[in-house]
Ligand binder design. Structure first.
Ligand code: GUN
Ligand code: ZN
Length: 435
């Protein structure tokens, strides 16, 4: 395969930034070169040195003066909710019952699922997201469309058919047996095919009977390497109803723990209102709290105590995500802008180095996939985003006075969206330009 050599300013993280001046936490090459071959990064560093190692016929693309970073990772979103975005509801449970569940019923039709899958990947690529962790609908058809389209695009994706057998319309219910059997079929058909990862996906405790939770536990035992994803502690009414449904559990987190679902591959969406006991349990298990700021604000769910959870004696691992369609933007830049504002309201600071770490290496680590994504290291997947902090006239004007890298990152996060994404490379191939 022909090699591709990108030139520009390379930025990638090597550890979690401890402060705004923690320059040991990242690698920054002002005249950098990134050499990609056969879907993988083969060299990365000083342009002149990388160029010297490139094949004579390598195709060179000059992205100067733009920033070249690992592609963004979105740790939680719902593929069947593209047409749920911007639904006017008072709170989570009203939003689910009024808009979300009826919309997800449509995914029984494979033609509909396929159409939305095409749009879904177009939007991810347009916004610089190269890996996402998604919920499909309850229907196997939706998972087939989701993974089939990911394979066509050669994207590294994580996803699963939701398991749900109560408290939703009939068209959206499986049974413990169906949920188990279909998840097994999806694993057999899609896991490890192309760059696909299947996640065991009980939607949340409200929509799963104890019998279904047992079926989920059986899957988790049979497939211990798979991710598990579900929702936890998003909204006060949700928490109350959940605890009524599982009266023997100490709290919401304990429900999942009782069914063997609290581990270091478990991604819990939201986790806004955890007690200290729950945060301790999450920390001890190495489970991940996935912060979805635009969704939490849009649905009025609450202010996620990100910094407080990070600096505990028993810190909780964190991911960041859009949560489309409770979330209101596909952009991880817009997402981190809202994350910043939530911490402001809590009297905390989320510095821009931390934000870009979380969107890239931080999320990759939370997925146990940092050997493949979230970095620009040699041998890892060539999933890359190119960013322009002067993408709009207003951003370009502000860029005139920007002096440092953290200032530039903060501008991109505060004002940027898909217009700031110059190009998205998926496995070494320019994908945004091809849309
Ligand atoms: N809890 C259970 N299902 C959902 C969902 O689709 N979106 C959000 N935000 N929370 C949920
Ligand atoms: Zn969700």
């Amino acid at each position: 395969m022909t090699q591709t050599l990108l030139r520009g300013r390379l930025l990638s993280f090597v550890s979690a930034p401890q402060s705004l001046t923690d320059s040991d936490s990242y690698r920054y090459e002002t005249d950098g070169g990134l050499l990609m071959d056969n879907g993988v990064i083969v060299e990365s560093g000083l342009y002149a040195e990388v160029k010297a190692k490139a094949a004579a016929d390598a195709v060179e693309i000059d992205h100067r003066p733009h920033l070249i970073m690992p592609g963004f990772i979105d740790m939680h979103l719902h593929f069947p909710q593209m047409q749920v975005i911007a639904s006017y509801a008072a709170n989570l449970l009203e939003w689910l019952n009024t808009y979300t569940f009826p919309e997800e019923c449509r995914f029984v039709e494979s033609a509909h699922a396929q159409r939305i899958a095409t749009h879904f990947y177009d939007e991810l690529i347009r916004h610089g997201t190269t890996t996402a962790v998604a919920y499909c609908s309850v229907h196997k058809t939706s998972a087939d469309a989701f993974f089939g389209e990911a394979m066509k695009r050669n994207m590294r994706m994580v996803g699963g058919k939701v398991m749900m057998d109560r408290n939703a319309p009939q068209g959206l219910l499986d049974t413990p047996e169906m949920g188990y059997d279909e998840t097994r079929e999806i694993i057999a058909e899609w896991h490890g095919k192309g760059r696909n990862h299947v996640a065991i996906t009980p939607r949340f405790a409200i929509t799963s009977t104890p019998a279904q939770m047992e079926a989920t536990q059986a899957l988790a035992r049979e497939f211990p390497d798979l991710h598990i994803q579900t929702h936890l502690s998003e909204n006060h009414d949700e928490i109350k109803f959940t605890c009524e449904l599982y009266p023997d559990a100490i709290d919401y987190t304990d429900i999942y723990a009782r069914y063997g679902l609290l581990g270091d591959k478990t991604l819990f969406g939201h986790c806004i209102h955890l007690s200290q006991r729950e945060a301790d349990a999450m920390s001890e298990a190495g489970a991940i709290a996935v912060h979805c700021p635009t969704s939490n604000l849009f649905l009025g769910s609450g202010l996620f105590p990100l910094k407080a959870l990070m600096r505990r004696d028993k810190p909780v691992r964190i991911g960041v995500a859009t949560d489309i369609g409770g979330g209101s933007s596909y952009s991880m830049l817009r997402t981190m802008d809202e994350a910043y504002k939530i911490q402001q309201l809590l009297g905390e600071r989320l510095n821009p180095l931390e934000s870009y770490y979380l969107m890239t290496l931080g999320n990759a680590r939370s997925l146990s996939l940092s050997d493949r994504i979230g970095t620009l290291d040699r041998g890892t997947d060539a999933d890359v985003v190119v960013l322009d902090a002067g993408a709009t006239p207003a951003m370009a004007l502000k860029m005139e006075v920007v002096k440092t890298l953290p200032e530039e990152l903060f501008l991109l996060q505060t004002m940027g969206d898909d217009r700031a994404i110059v190009e998205t490379y998926v496995a070494g191939v320019a994908a945004k330009g091809a849309l």
